[in-house]
Design a protein around this ligand. Sequence first.
Ligand code: AMP
Length: 196
Amino acid sequence: MTVVKNICVYCGSSNGRLDAYGEAGNALAQALVKHKMGLVYGGASIGVMGKVADGVLALGGEVIGVIPKALAHKEVAHHHLTQLHVTESMHERKMLMAELSDGFIALPGGIGTFEELFEIWTWAQLGFHHKPIGLLNISGYYDHLIQFLDHVLAEQFVKQETRDLLMVESDPDVLLDRFINYQAPPIKTWLNKAEV
Ligand code: AMP
């Protein structure tokens, strides 16, 4: 069993069209608190991001926000978090979120969410970290992306072992249980030298 203390959640700064997206934020918050895991996220009070943070706080859990100063106003920084880090840049934000976290989950979101998910996944592909990564597919929101990833696999632009690094679930409790039982596979870089 792996000790998973803090989970980084990537998700929309918008609410999206369906109530189900915000409800999924609440469900993930409940699952995190039940598993005694803290939340690390982008520090905003709006959208699905705000829903996850408010859900964890309402249940007495810990929430660490990380927001770049240029967005602190635009994304309406959440001022009732356990901790709020304000960084100089977006790159520092993402690096700190990664360092503070033992695993990563994406909920429905927009291009910011995709960028964050794909970045942390590519870092895992390169063996820069060995932490679990999950996609919560709510109301089929990510069905087309999952199909496209199958296409990318079939066209041999991604290896099966890399595809397998992304765990896809629709139930947050199931995903967090998979995180606890996660054993990172040995990753061979494309240089085929280092097993890191
Ligand atoms: P979105 O999914 O587009 O609503 O954005 C979700 C989060 O991703 C927000 O906190 C954004 O600040 C963040 N974000 C937006 N664009 C980027 C980017 N290029 N790199 C990293 N994070 C981003």
